[in-house]
Structures are given as structure tokens and as C-alpha cells.
Design a protein around this ligand. Structure first.
Ligand code: FAD
Length: 584
């Protein structure tokens, strides 16, 4: 394997750098050149929000590798501040512009890798280019924001995805009064709405003013240099700075102009080896569309892990393609949406599909369980709840997705479930998963096992589940009747129980029940349930509720074995509160 092949890489950060170094490890004799239009290669863009927040203080820490390191360790030439202007596919060459000299030159290739990333979506709003409006993508962007911070007392962050949330948190850490605007009706779009409501409450407690369904129609600059954001509801917000974080779009100009195939979401189409429709060109990272492993649909998934792994896969295929028969060739399996974000001691993580995505595909054969176990056993100091939603295929138990929130141990649980999803596993596999345990790390039944057990019990019909949405629909009707006086309400209750489909039985203690309960729920504490079975209707379903679902599960088993038609409102009052929060 001594033939010297010339491999050019456009873009020198996550996907490009990873591809380049992997090629070198597979092929000592290839010539590898990276072209990067910015001043830095292989920098930690994921660390930029924390550089703004002064969590990362030294800028050099953001430079994961330098051109010198690439040269000395990997024999890879890096041309920074060199923009690739065009691709000539017929002659297998590119035109590059050296920004320092201003000169263009032509470089030929045997193989070309594109990893040009994504650009911030810059909304088409009047005044969006005014000074004081920023987007964070690069080290120079972060420098600009940091140097302006001494004059920023109030800031508006537009967009409540992971990046917007991280920016909001870090600005708060720098003493800035932050308003977060989101055009849709929930923050963290990767989560379902009832799970996102936890996050909204959490960041509101930290002082962030969260505004949903907020549409900016224009920006004005005031005489004092501050900015006014005009909203569609005629409201105006005055602020010192605006951070735009409303999404990213694949940077595909080079690929598009070269006639490479572009998909329906505006990303470059590649096969499982990251090869484009040109056999000599590969594309990786934020610029490509990938298949979602669960929905099978094309998807944009602009995150660092996939970009790095795709770079590695392209490298293996290029070496295989150029030299035939290398065993390093592997295939990309697609994305499954695994992601995590930290927000003021709260971790938010998800994998697989959420319910919104399933509804969008019209797939209805799924079930969900909610649970709120502790990150580790309660007797060991510092136990914190993890709020989990697990979604699975109701026909065979295949795990489809999970969302989790909490202060500790969240990412570990989602990573475990993610690995199971990748192996096409079922909830029966989750209930049997052997996970490590000691008091400070987990429980003998880990939250992952518990999620599997709840779901598997449901599929075995040992643990039927009620549907929260059905309860909430009745609940809204009940609330609508609240104008009635007490006598009328009682009559309505007798003649026309708002929960037509079920009798709600709250099995918590009297004190817990009196503190707050679902309207019209009757209280039969679990420990007295066996003696009070005669008080319950055998005609209608009984829907059992408790604090987080565990006592209600035990009650469900008692009632089921006594001949009742019973269902558990999974996740208990904890989940009820989230559903209440999202009622219109
Ligand atoms: P990039 O890493 O963006 O690299 C593309 C490079 O190509 C750029 O440097 C660009 O200058 C260069 N380029 C483009 N066109 C040309 C051209 N014509 N000629 C030469 N060079 C060109 N992901 C996570 O998974 N977790 C996180 O916590 C996270 N946080 C993030 C925080 C921020 C602030 C940002 C901006 C991104 C974050 N991401 C995170 C996303 C992650 O960084 C990207 O998914 C990943 O970097 C994509 O890799 P890439 O190689 O496709 O593109």
C-alpha cells in the first residue's frame, strides 16, 4: 500500500479534523491537506457558551489541536484562512483562495472530503443586522460577545434549543438579565411538551424570563444605542443585546454549485459510507442529511458526535476506495437523536424519538411510561429525582425513545437506553439490564430497569396504563363548569361525572391528598385499600394515582386481582402537574 494519493479536506473542525487524522492512521503514505477558511482548526465550538460564561477562562483551552500538531504528529498540512471557492469534478480539482495573500490557486485531488458545517439561521427580520445582535459559531464570535459584556445588562436570547439555553445560562452567570424568546409553544424542542415544562420552570427559577409563542417582527436601534424588539402582539422589549439562536442550516454552497445531490432538508445526500453521488467526494457532519434509525426518514442532526464518527467512517471508506480491501470500512448506522444539555445543575437528555415525532409520522402503535425514581438509593445522602419518559412499540416492546431530566445521573441513563435502542432492544431487555450498583451510584433496580419493568408489566397486562391526555380532556371540561355553585357541582358529579370513562382513586395519604388532588378523585390510602374495596365502582374503570406512580402500581395489582377494571396514571401527581402546566 505505497501509492501516494492526494486527499483534500474542506473544513478543519469536528468532521474534517477527525477524518484527516483517521486517514493518516490508516494510510501513512497519503498526502492529506486540510483547508479551513477560519483562523483556527479543531477548536471546541461546544465550549464557546462556557467561554462566554467564564467557566472556561483561557481561550487557548478551546484549541483542541493546532496546525503545528497536525503537521508534527500526523504529517497533515493545514491551510488556515484558506477558503475553497469551487469544485471541478471533471478535473478532480478545487479552487482555493488564500485570504492572507488574496491569491487563488488550483489544487487537485484523488479524493475530496467536505465538512463545511452549518451556518446560523439569520432570520429575515427588519433590523436584524444592527449592532448589538450576535450569533455564536466561532472563537471570534465569542470574543466579540465577551468584549461587549461589560455594557450588557439585559439581553434577549432568541431561540430555546440547546444552544440558546446554554447561552442564556452563561449570560445569567455573567450577571445579565436574560429574556428567552421562543416562537413555538415550548422550549427545548427535542423534548415533548410536558417534559419541557420541567425545564421551563427550572430556568425561570434561575431568573430567566421565558416567553413562548413570541414572534419578533422588527428590531430598532434607540438613541441610547439600546435595541428595541417589536413583537407581533405589539409589545416592545428594550435590551442591550440580542443573541440569535434560531437554528442552523447546512452550508452546502460548494456542494450545490458542484452539482452534488441535495436532499429535501437542504443537506447533502450521502450513502452509508458518507459518499456523495460523486464517487470521489465524501461529505460529513452538519452539512449532510442522515437517516433516522427509528423513523427511517432523512434528517438533519447537527451535533458533534455524529460529525466525528462520520469523519471516521468516510476515512475508512476513502482508504478502502483508493487502495481496495482495507478492513477499516464501516457503515454509518444513522442517527437516533441522542443529545444532552446542562442547565443550572439540571441535565436534560434524550435519545430516540419523542411523541411529537411519532405523531408526525402517524405511527400509533406506541405506549409511554413516566417515572420519577431517585438517581441513587434514598438512604444515601443527596438522592435526587430523575424524571423519565420512556416510549416503546406496543406491539413488541421495542424501545423507541426516552427523555430524562434531573440533577444527577441523567446522561448515564439516557446513554444506556441509547445503546439498547441501537441494538434494537426491547423493554424486556431494559428490565433485565445488568447495571452497576453501589448506594452512591444507583439502586438495585436502576431507573433504567424500572422503566423497563413498568413498560414490560404494561405489555404483559400486569400494569395497565391510563392515558393522561384523556384525563386532561375531562379535566378541562370540569374546569369549564367551575362557575356552578356547590349544589350544582354535586349534582353534575352524580348525574354526569366529568371522568365518564373512569373513577379516579388517589391512594396517597390523607395529608398528601388534602394538599392537592385531581378534581373529583376519591382518597383511599394504599394501606387501607384492601378493606375499602366496596367503596369503589366495579362498573367503570378505576384510574389509580399516587405521588410518582409506585403506590398506584401496587394498588393496581390489588384491584386487578380483585376483579376491578383498573389502570395506573403513570408518573402520578408529579406527571399530573406537568400536564397541568401545559394546559392552554
Ligand atoms: P464544523 O465543526 O462547524 O466545521 C466546519 C468548518 O468548515 C468551519 O470551521 C468552517 O469555517 C469551515 N468551512 C466552511 N466552508 C468552507 C470553505 N468553503 N472553505 C474552507 N473552510 C470552510 N454539538 C454537540 O454535540 N454538543 C454540544 O454541546 C454542542 N455545542 C455547540 C455549541 C456551539 C456554540 C456551536 C456553534 C456548536 C455546538 N455543537 C454541539 C454542534 C457541533 O459543534 C457541530 O455539530 C460540529 O462541529 C459539526 O462538525 P462539522 O465538521 O460538520 O462542522
Amino acid at each position: 500500500m505505497t501509492a501516494k494519493k492526494r486527499i483534500l479536506i474542506v473544513g478543519g473542525v469536528a468532521g474534517g479534523a477527525s477524518c484527516a487524522t483517521r486517514i493518516r492512521r490508516l494510510c501513512e503514505h497519503c498526502e492529506i491537506i486540510i483547508f479551513e477558511m477560519g483562523a483556527y482548526v479543531s477548536f471546541a465550538n461546544c465550549g464557546l457558551p462556557y467561554f462566554i460564561g467564564d467557566v472556561i477562562v483561557e481561550e487557548e483551552k478551546l484549541l483542541v489541536a493546532t496546525p503545528e500538531l497536525f503537521k508534527n504528529r500526523f504529517k497533515i498540512q493545514v491551510c488556515t484562512e484558506t477558503e475553497v471557492l469551487s469544485i471541478d469534478r471533471d478535473n478532480k480539482s478545487i479552487v482555493v483562495n488564500d485570504k492572507k495573500s488574496g491569491k487563488n490557486r488550483v489544487e487537485s485531488y484523488d479524493s475530496l472530503v467536505l465538512s463545511t458545517g452549518a451556518a446560523a439561521v439569520w432570520p429575515d427580520i427588519k433590523g436584524v443586522d444592527l449592532p448589538g445582535i450576535y450569533a455564536l459559531r466561532t472563537i471570534p464570535d465569542s470574543r466579540k460577545i465577551r468584549s461587549a459584556l461589560s455594557d450588557i445588562k439585559k439581553a434577549v436570547v432568541m431561540g430555546a434549543g440547546y444552544l440558546g439555553l446554554e447561552l442564556a445560562e452563561n449570560l445569567v452567570k455573567r450577571g445579565v438579565d436574560v429574556t428567552l424568546l421562543q416562537s413555538s409553544n415550548q422550549i427545548v424542542p427535542m423534548l415533548d411538551k410536558e417534559m419541557a415544562s420541567f425545564v421551563e420552570k427550572h430556568i425561570t427559577k434561575q431568573g430567566i424570563n421565558c416567553r413562548l409563542n413570541a414572534h419578533v417582527t422588527s428590531f430598532d436601534q434607540n438613541q441610547d444605542q439600546r435595541l428595541t424588539l417589536n413583537l407581533s402582539n405589539d409589545e416592545a422589549i428594550i435590551t442591550d443585546a440580542v443573541m440569535i439562536s434560531v437554528g442552523v442550516k447546512p452550508r452546502i454552497e460548494l456542494a450545490e454549485n458542484a452539482g452534488l445531490e441535495i436532499g429535501e432538508y437542504g443537506g447533502v445526500r450521502v450513502d452509508e459510507h458518507m459518499q456523495t453521488n460523486d464517487p470521489n467526494i465524501w461529505a460529513v457532519g452538519d452539512m449532510v442529511e442522515v437517516r433516522h434509525v427509528i423513523t427511517g426518514k432523512w434528517h438533519l442532526f447537527p451535533l458533534a458526535g455524529p460529525a466525528n464518527r462520520q469523519g471516521r467512517i468516510a476515512a475508512g471508506h476513502i482508504v478502502d476506495h483508493e487502495f481496495a480491501g482495507d478492513s477499516a470500512k464501516i457503515s454509518y448506522r444513522g442517527v437516533q437523536g441522542t443529545s444532552v444539555c446542562g442547565l443550572f445543575d439540571l441535565t436534560v437528555a434524550t435519545t430516540g424519538v419523542n411523541e411529537k415525532q411519532l405523531k408526525a409520522t402517524s405511527f400509533t402503535d406506541y405506549e409511554k411510561v413516566y417515572l420519577h425514581p431517585s438517581n441513587h438509593v434514598g438512604y444515601y445522602p443527596g438522592a435526587k429525582p430523575i424524571h423519565i419518559k420512556l416510549i416503546y412499540d406496543s406491539r413488541n416492546g421495542t424501545v423507541l425513545g426516552a427523555q430524562a431530566l434531573g440533577e444527577s445521573g441523567v446522561a448515564r441513563r439516557i446513554d444506556v437506553i441509547s445503546a439498547f435502542i441501537q441494538m434494537n432492544a426491547t423493554v424486556y431487555d431494559l428490565e433485565e439490564a445488568e447495571l452497576c450498583y453501589a448506594p452512591q451510584f444507583g439502586a438495585t433496580k436502576d431507573p433504567v430497569n424500572l422503566a423497563g419493568m413498568l413498560a414490560a408489566n404494561q405489555l404483559r397486562d400486569n400494569h395497565p396504563l391510563a392515558v393522561w391526555e384523556e384525563l386532561m380532556e375531562s379535566h378541562v371540561q370540569e374546569a369549564d363548569d367551575s362557575e356552578q355553585d356547590d349544589a350544582e357541582r354535586l349534582l353534575t358529579l352524580i348525574l354526569d361525572d366529568p371522568y365518564k370513562q373512569a373513577q379516579i382513586v388517589d391512594v396517597r395519604t390523607v395529608a398528601e391528598y388534602e394538599n392537592k388532588h385531581i378534581p373529583n378523585a376519591i382518597n383511599v390510602p394504599l394501606d387501607s385499600l384492601r378493606e375499602r374495596l366496596d367503596e369503589l365502582s366495579r362498573e367503570r374503570e378505576v384510574w389509580v394515582v399516587c405521588g410518582v406512580g409506585q403506590r398506584a402500581y401496587n394498588a393496581t395489582r390489588i384491584l386487578q386481582q380483585n376483579g376491578f377494571k383498573v389502570k395506573n396514571l403513570s408518573g402520578g401527581m408529579q406527571t399530573y402537574n406537568s400536564y397541568l402546566d401545559i394546559q392552554p
